[in-house]
Design a protein around this ligand. Structure first.
Ligand SMILES: Cc1cc2nc3c(=O)[nH]c(=O)nc-3n(C[C@H](O)[C@H](O)[C@H](O)COP(=O)(O)O)c2cc1C
Length: 279
């Protein structure tokens, strides 16, 4: 254990045991708050910074859709939905951070509890439901984002917006975030917003992506656009998605979002059943 970096030792022997006696969602905010506080303390901050430096060099760089990533490890959407911790996450060594999913209006998300640990699977059940502080608050934070960190904007629709008007929500988020993010993730694959995944069907998705691309291509800087897909699609749906990636000229897919499958879990059905949105 003594050969492990300082940050890992602090995490394993102090932070994780403490976090695991807390409710998972509270632990999320508490650990990030604690980390941010630690960074401000001169000695501890310096030790944390040093131990978390991934030590990457030019050989680790990778270029995707014209963006030069310092290395291949980044943070997926959902951890920093509101762009609160970009500085801290950069210090942790992430090569990019995807903020969101953001929706035009702030929304509370699903009733709590909505995040469940599956310890034996070293996993989580997530049924957060796009809790976020809304587009305006995110834009304000991104105006002072750390320089050099690649930031993606993951966009969605409000729960109260019907699918017929979903494209308006995505469009609103796309326009407002365009000057402030390096790429976009169009999220039509969360299982926690009722009906959202129906947007993965070819016709509505093609219309939505074409509308975003129309705005995108009219800007002086065109942002890469990725479609975030569910892991539970049929082969026929995947064929449609491949076709529409090429039809709409987006840059690729982000695979994948949260699964609704529970196969392979080491836990008993009763343990995760209570947390299902619909069973
Ligand atoms: C608590 C939690 C919240 C998440 N929130 C979002 C979200 O807001 N938007 C999104 O696109 N994905 C969200 N995700 C999905 C992750 O970004 C990621 O795609 C998913 O966890 C699969 O990656 P993994 O197999 O590495 O866990 C969330 C996941 C978790 C566990």
């Amino acid at each position: 254990m003594s050969h492990l970096p300082f940050g890992t030792r602090v995490y394993q022997s102090f932070v994780r045991p403490l976090a695991f006696v807390m409710d998972p969602e509270k632990a999320h905010y508490a650990t990030m708050g604690l980390f941010g506080f630690g960074l401000k303390l001169p000695l501890i901050g310096a030790a944390l910074r040093k131990s978390m430096d991934p030590g990457h060099g030019p050989e680790d760089e990778t270029v995707v859709a014209g963006l030069r990533f310092p290395h291949r490890v980044g943070l997926a959407a959902g951890f920093d939905k509101d762009g609160r911790w970009l500085k801290e996450l950069e210090t942790m060594g992430f090569g990019f951070v995807e903020v969101g999913t953001v929706t035009p209006k702030p929304q509370a998300g699903n009733p709590k509890p909505r995040l469940f640990r599956l310890k034996e699977d070293r996993g989580l059940i997530n049924r957060m439901g796009f809790n976020n502080g809304g587009l305006d608050a995110l834009v304000e934070r991104l105006k002072v984002r750390p320089e050099g960190l690649i930031v993606g904007g993951n966009i969605g629709r409000n729960k109260v917006t019907p699918n017929e008007r979903a494209a308006d929500d995505y469009h609103t988020c796309f326009i407002a975030l365009h000057p402030h993010v390096d790429y976009f993730a169009v999220n039509v694959s969360s299982p926690n917003t009722p009906g959202l995944r129906e947007l993965q069907d070819r016709a509505p998705l093609t219309a939505l992506l074409n509308r975003l691309q129309e705005f995108n291509k009219a800007q002086s800087e065109v942002r890469p656009v990725f479609l975030k897909i569910a892991p539970d699609l049929s082969d026929a749906q995947l064929d449609d998605i491949i076709a529409l990636v090429s039809d709409t000229g987006i840059d690729g897919v982000i695979a994948t979002n949260t699964t609704i499958s529970r196969s392979g879990s080491r836990h008993q059905r009763a343990e995760w059943r209570k947390s299902e949105l619909a069973d």
